[in-house]
Design a protein around this ligand. Structure first.
Ligand code: FAD
Length: 316
């Protein structure tokens, strides 16, 4: 049977959460398309492939020094080798820095149509229908690929990671590599010691309505700790240095999908909403009843946050 293939992402021997999210998507939609879910791992050996096999029934590994470190040329050639060898119909790629770098190139190499930055895919009438945000998340559009083969890149955090199950099979695919025109000399982290808020189940996020750094620290952080979650903020909070950059939510920050997102003194600008609209329950506290955050909030509290938060704290 033809395959719906996800491309695993890993660095320093660690598998990314985005890979596990793709495992869930592939297992959910493949049967309705008459396809089998599978994964491809490109690495120096098969260690990561064995780990991925806990989440998806079949894993193909291209183990070669040419793909020991990520490069767009290396991944594109490895994808083509797996697609040619294993009757692959569709390729799912994490919409991450690396994924954005090679997705279109891989689509060209296998003559596939591509839809990028997708936040939801469903199978309808044997076809995939992809939903993605446009105009900074103001609108959602749906697209289908009309070519025989397709490549889709999926937004990080749009799906829950797959749970581990019984181990699937791992088999080698050989690839002969041509020119790889870039060389990774060093990977430099943009922030060190930054927390990964994308994994938090509860996020308490503060905005400019907190007024200053001291009030942010006194109000947002204790509530987050009491709820067993992470604290975060809108861009002005980060730009003003009230908390570290790794905690920024939004278009130029992180995309988060916690079970609970508590927005305190945040207006709900499109650039902020783009990063948190997928949260399962959104509770907004804002003293302006016209604040746009109320358009997407599950529960809205029109009130002064400095009165509401102490009330919540005392009832926990
Ligand atoms: C290219 C680009 C990228 C951007 N990326 C991001 C991004 O990643 N993330 C992001 O957040 N923004 C981003 N922005 C900025 C964005 O446009 C907004 O300016 C920003 O989100 C506003 O932050 P805020 O809601 O905290 O502040 P404001 O818009 O100033 O809102 C403060 C809110 O607090 C309320 N308030 C005030 N006092 C109280 C009180 N005592 N109790 C209750 N409510 C109160 C007010 O009614 C108001 O609604 C980006 C902008 C651009 C142009």
């Amino acid at each position: 049977m033809a395959k719906l293939l996800i491309i695993a992402e890993h660095r320093d021997g660690k598998l990314s959460t985005a890979t596990l999210e793709l495992c869930r998507v592939a297992k959910e939609v493949a049967p309705a398309l008459g396809l089998e879910p599978a994964a491809a791992v490109f690495a120096k050996d098969d260690a990561i492939a064995k780990e991925v096999a806990n989440y998806i029934p079949e894993v193909f590994v291209v183990a070669d020094a040419a793909v020991a470190a990520y490069t767009a040329d290396g991944y594109t050639q490895a994808i083509k080798a797996v697609v040619d060898a294993k009757d692959v119909k569709g390729v799912l790629i994490p919409h991450t820095y690396d994924g954005v770098d090679y997705a279109a190139k891989a689509a060209m190499a296998i003559s596939a149509g591509i839809v990028s930055n997708v936040n939801k895919i469903v199978a309808e009438g044997g076809k995939l229908v992809c939903t993605r945000g446009i105009y900074n998340g103001k609108l959602q559009e749906t697209k289908s690929v009309t070519t025989d083969k397709f490549v889709i890149s999926i937004e990080k955090g749009a799906y829950d990671p797959a749970e581990a199950g019984s181990a699937g099979s791992v088999s080698a695919v050989s690839a002969s590599f041509g020119a790889i025109r870039t060389k990774v000399k060093e990977v430099i982290a943009t922030s060190t010691g930054g927390v990964d808020i994308t994994q938090a189940k509860v996020i308490v996020s503060g905005g400019r309505g907190l007024k200053d750094a001291d009030k942010y620290k006194d109000v947002v952080i204790p509530l987050a700790q009491k709820l067993g979650g992470e604290y975060a903020g809108s861009r002005p909070v980060i730009d003003s240095g009230w908390t570290e950059a790794s905690r920024q939510v939004g278009q130029s920050g992180k995309t988060v999908t916690p079970d609970l997102y508590l927005a305190l003194g945040i207006s709900g600008a499109v650039q902020h909403v783009a990063g948190m609209k997928g949260s399962k329950c959104i509770v907004a506290v804002n003293k302006d009843p016209e604040a746009p955050i109320f358009n997407i909030a599950t529960y809205g509290i029109v009130a002064d946050l400095f009165e509401v938060v102490p009330g919540i704290m005392s009832s926990l």
